[in-house]
Design a protein around this ligand. Structure first.
Ligand SMILES: [Zn+2]
Length: 288
């Protein structure tokens, strides 16, 4: 989408550089790209080489686990291992990987479980944090993480969280952060869960270009900073404008604003942001 390509059709020229400039102007100082295959990590590393502020993950998303089979699994693993070893500063997490039981059309549950565990078992030896995807699969994800709990030394985040409070607290108890984005705050039930989470266990994310906060979401009324006046439809793109329904890193302030509001402003907005920032630093950049 930041290349101007939506589905298979090109709607405008690439504006990735402008997206990154807007993010830096909004105060972000580091951005983690979430790759979902070995090939996506290679593409992300090309961007990382051009921008000091960019970092990436390395792993196979549950919807991409059909790329593994008995005869190539070790080869793919070795390719990933080689990338981690070659780019120890730019690859800051293992992932995005995990389980997605809402989109089993791409990869069935048995294959997802098999290759989540396969990646986990081998890659945790790298001592990197885990960037975890979880859709309607909390129990199985928890069980696999629990099985390897003594070998997992660098913690991780369950990103784009939209589960129950009980599920969140179990992941927290096991040592994980909970990642909150626009998709985590669509309903009032979601908001009631998030407001009960300890701030020291929350991370924020955009999941851009996905998961922007929409007017129909329960979170919307809590947002203060609006970008709509800077947005145009993709067909009408002109330089310097954001695109309607395409999310960007600069909107991350909205996630913080919603969390601040639903927590009843029990701490100042700056203190809330500072705590979440330090959580992020501690998880992904503590080796610096
Ligand atoms: Zn995800």
């Amino acid at each position: 989408m930041y290349q101007g390509i939506y589905g298979n059709s090109k709607k405008h020229e690439s504006d990735l550089d402008q997206v990154i400039i807007r993010a830096l102007q909004a105060g972000l100082d580091k951005i983690i790209i979430t790759a979902g295959t070995h090939q996506e990590t290679i593409q992300a590393l090309e961007l990382c080489a051009k921008h000091d502020n960019l970092f990436t993950t390395c792993g196979y998303h549950p919807t991409r686990c059909n790329e593994f089979n008995d005869s190539n699994e070790n080869e793919i693993l070795n390719q990933m291992m080689a990338l981690f070893q070659k780019h120890p500063k730019k690859i800051v997490a293992i992932g995005e990987f995990g389980l997605d039981y809402e989109r089993t059309q791409f990869c069935d549950i048995d294959q997802q479980k098999r290759y989540f565990e396969f990646q986990l078992k081998h890659l945790i030896t790298l001592n990197k944090p885990l960037f975890l995807h979880n859709r309607a699969a909390s129990k199985d994800l928890y069980d696999i993480l629990h099985k390897y709990r003594d070998q997992i030394t660098a913690g991780g985040v369950v990103h784009s969280f939209d589960g129950t409070l009980e599920e969140a607290l179990k992941f927290i108890e096991l040592g994980y952060f909970i990642g909150i984005n626009g998709c985590s705050m669509k309903t009032q039930t979601n908001l009631d869960v998030i407001k009960q989470l300890p701030l020291e266990k929350i991370l924020v994310e955009t999941d851009a270009p996905w998961c922007g906060i929409k007017q129909s979401h329960a979170s919307y009324s809590h947002v203060k900073t609006q970008f709509t006046s800077d947005m145009v439809k993709k067909e009408k793109w002109i330089a310097g404008k954001m695109i309607k329904d395409r999310n960007e890193p600069c909107t991350i302030i909205q996630i913080c604003e919603v969390i601040h509001s639903i927590r009843g402003k029990q701490e100042s907005f700056d203190d809330l942001c500072e705590t979440i920032y330090l959580n992020t630093q501690r998880l992904f950049f503590s080796a610096e």
